[in-house]
Design a protein around this ligand. Sequence first.
Ligand SMILES: NC(=O)C1=CN([C@@H]2O[C@H](COP(=O)(O)OP(=O)(O)OC[C@H]3O[C@@H](n4cnc5c(N)ncnc54)[C@H](O)[C@@H]3O)[C@@H](O)[C@H]2O)[C@@H](O)CC1
Ligand SMILES: Nc1ncnc2c1ncn2[C@@H]1O[C@H](COP(=O)(O)OP(=O)(O)O)[C@@H](O)[C@H]1O
Length: 488
Amino acid sequence: MIVTVNTMKQCEQNSGLSNFELMEQVGFKLAIEIMNRHKQHENIVIVCGKGNNAGDGFVLARYLLDSNYHVSVIALYSELTTPESQENMKKLPKKIFVKKNDIFNSIENANVLVDAVFGFGFKFEIPSECKEVFVQYNQSKAVKYSIDINSGAEADTGHIACDALKSHITFALGYKKIIHVLRKDHHLFDECIVIPIDIKECDHSELVEMTQEQFVKEFPRIQEDAYKGQEGIPLIVGGCYGMAGATCLNILGAKASGISYLHVACDEKIYPILATKEITPVFHPFTLDTVGSVLKEVLPKVKCIAFGSGATYLDSKKVILELLLQQSTCPVVLDAEGIRCLQNNLYILKLVRTQVILTPHLKEFADLIGMSLESLKTNKLEIAKEFAKEYHVTLVLKGPHTLVVSSQGEVYINQTGNAGLAKAGSGDFLTGLITGFIAQKRDVFMAVILAVWLHGHAADLALKNHHQRMIQIEDLKQEIEQFYFDQC
Ligand SMILES: NC(=O)C1=CN([C@@H]2O[C@H](COP(=O)(O)OP(=O)(O)OC[C@H]3O[C@@H](n4cnc5c(N)ncnc54)[C@H](O)[C@@H]3O)[C@@H](O)[C@H]2O)[C@@H](O)CC1
Ligand SMILES: Nc1ncnc2c1ncn2[C@@H]1O[C@H](COP(=O)(O)OP(=O)(O)O)[C@@H](O)[C@H]1O
């Protein structure tokens, strides 16, 4: 389970244990983790801040001392903000505290460094009084551990201050927090290990997760008496002269979702290419003059529509977008050009009655909302949540950890996938996959998560037989087929 800081605090409050008891338990369990990995003679230096995270560090120091480990403590603050930390600091012998002018030596000579400076209470930037210590800490070759949250990282927003402390292992207390599942964005730790603490099972979290087991459970199965298209037919609209491949990849993705019937509407100019390449979809070629009537005829037959992949030079793109948003009664997935057409016209989304799913990558989203990429990166989760709520859409913000955010505030942070997916066409395949799953499932948010998870999982499976650079988007469908065969 992944929790926000508020949920974590509630879990701790409901545990029936005092902060003092929780801190004692945390320090004890951390000491076991450290003792399992290190010998008594190693030089362990614990760097403490001023809140409860520092308190965990003091308790850890006490248990290590009791077991005859060689420990010293750097207390960056003399004034502590919580009584539990103060009390635990007092329990330590004075001689283990490093004197101010010895701090840099102590860090330099450490074999093991433990970061107990800031936990989930950290906000904004590293304070000036810690800056030099943080820089030196990060330069040290010691084995490094962080307690709960790497100091300088915000647990909920994913914001990372400059010079935030790095670690080999971060021990997440109780549950993983949002920062722990955004590793590919920040690379602050190599590994994150959850330390269980005696808090009541948290029964609700706004963060949705997906595992292989859950995927198999949610996978839309075919019935014995099935007939073609029974599960829901998707429609793909897009491509243009010069970008027929994008539609081919949409089709490939939709097929990989297991659909049994597919409609494709495309510009007359690319119809011969698509029809030669793909023989199973039913095609609806159009021109600028006929696009309206062609689409109106097919709309009532379908359960989900995708528009925008490869539609850059499509002369009818604005007409199509308007028509789909005004007349469709089923979910509409907008990708690439479909999203770009909304720039400066975002208000349209507020007038739409059907469900809209937007699949921008970070740059497309930054352009859509008129923000710089850098500003977006510092707080993408909160911005994505606000946007999805305001415009009442499901937002699929693509990247190394794709975020799926619903208009109701549900959040999914994808953990599958690898840099082999950072290739032209990868998003087109995903759009097809999303559209295919939505056509087959009632729950749009779940369908999107299934697709995003599977897209990344297929790329991870492809690593068994392909070099990461050589993963071709066309390979993904075969990986998915094999995965269904083995697991579903
Ligand atoms: N019930 C609890 O809250 C428990 C918390 N535990 C530990 O306590 C941590 C959270 O404790 P706290 O809420 O005390 O928070 P922290 O230990 O993260 O300390 C935050 C302190 O630093 C200050 N601060 C935040 N950002 C700053 C900045 N940029 N510059 C300077 N000062 C800044 C805050 O005002 C606050 O005083 C957890 O991560 C965990 O390690 C555990 O001991 C278990 C029990
Ligand atoms: N480093 C990475 N690790 C995992 N997935 C990635 C990485 N880079 C990109 N992706 C995934 O690859 C896809 C790229 O989509 P997109 O940028 O729209 O490509 P295109 O427009 O060329 O089809 C997204 O699903 C994204 O999440």
